[in-house]
Design a protein around this ligand. Structure first.
Ligand SMILES: Nc1ncnc2c1ncn2[C@@H]1O[C@H](COP(=O)(O)OP(=O)(O)OP(=O)(O)O)[C@@H](O)[C@H]1O
Ligand SMILES: [Mg+2]
Length: 236
């Protein structure tokens, strides 16, 4: 059986007394892309924050490549090789592009992602290396957020709504960057409200509804249930 990059079993997460994730179980197969879909407030970001340790889980198990991480601190989970590209990009606007890339980079000897490699992958970032990140367009800031995560040389990338608020042509560029991650052999958990983009990139699909898993299956299984997708997501 293929190794799971991420495996959640019966995860329950709360904000105070408010129960946000209910017995959530899902898995991301190593080297594949899992699209995590759901309406606003469904619990997508909470799922990612539970995985990286930003939001403590009250019960359940979370394993990265078979290793239990649910009780670890966020910085220790990050060191296991997981990187989050946060919702809303969260670049350091008053730092330069280059400083954003290097501030939290982790580039061991022989690492796949170096600054040179990132500049090859994202030539616009090289051109704008000395500019403040706040002066970049939304699409460029998203590329910067992805590039910054890659420079920690992760095995797993969690991307939280990378297409949010971007023009259709720029969404295509983001899609191309994400598909490159997959071809690099990275495992990707992709949260999206753009169902079309997500289904074009993903191998498997998980749908959340009010903090509960409503569907888990292959992209083919998901698209065969067109009415169900419309009902769950409100979109085609
Ligand atoms: N810091 C918080 N404190 C209290 N409740 C929260 C907090 N963050 C999220 N919630 C609640 O938890 C539930 C899940 O929110 P979450 O942000 O995970 O949803 P989401 O699927 O990422 O939504 P969106 O698509 O809008 O980003 C919602 O009911 C939300 O109101
Ligand atoms: Mg969210």
């Amino acid at each position: 059986m293929a190794t799971d990059a991420i495996c959640l079993e019966g995860v329950n997460t709360f904000y105070g007394e408010s129960h946000a994730l209910h017995d959530l179980s899902l898995s991301l197969r190593a080297g594949s892309v899992l699209a995590l879909l759901g309406r606003n407030g469904a619990g997508k970001t909470t799922t990612l924050h539970s995985i990286v340790g930003f939001q403590p889980v009250r019960s359940g198990r979370i394993a990265l490549f078979g290793e239990e991480v649910a009780a670890l601190a966020p910085e220790d989970i990050a060191l296991k090789g997981i990187a989050l590209v946060p919702q809303g990009r969260r670049v350091f606007r008053s730092l330069s592009v280059r400083e954003n890339l290097t501030v939290a980079s982790r580039i061991p000897a022989g690492a796949r992602f170096t600054l040179e490699r990132i500049y090859d992958m994202f030539p616009r970032l090289k051109e704008r290396a000395k500019q403040n990140a706040g002066s970049l367009s939304g699409g460029e800031q998203q590329m910067l957020a992805i590039a910054r995560a890659l420079l920690t040389n992760p095995r797993v990338m969690l991307c939280d709504e990378p297409s949010e608020g971007l023009a259709p042509r720029v969404v295509e560029d983001v899609g191309a960057a994400l598909s490159q991650l997959k071809s690099e052999g990275l495992s990707v958990l992709l949260v999206e409200q753009n169902t079309r983009l997500a289904l074009a990139l993903a191998d498997h699909v998980a749908i959340l509804n009010t903090g509960r898993l409503a569907f888990f299956g292959t992209v083919a299984e998901a698209t065969a249930k067109d009415d169900f997708l419309v009902q769950q997501l409100g979109v085609h």
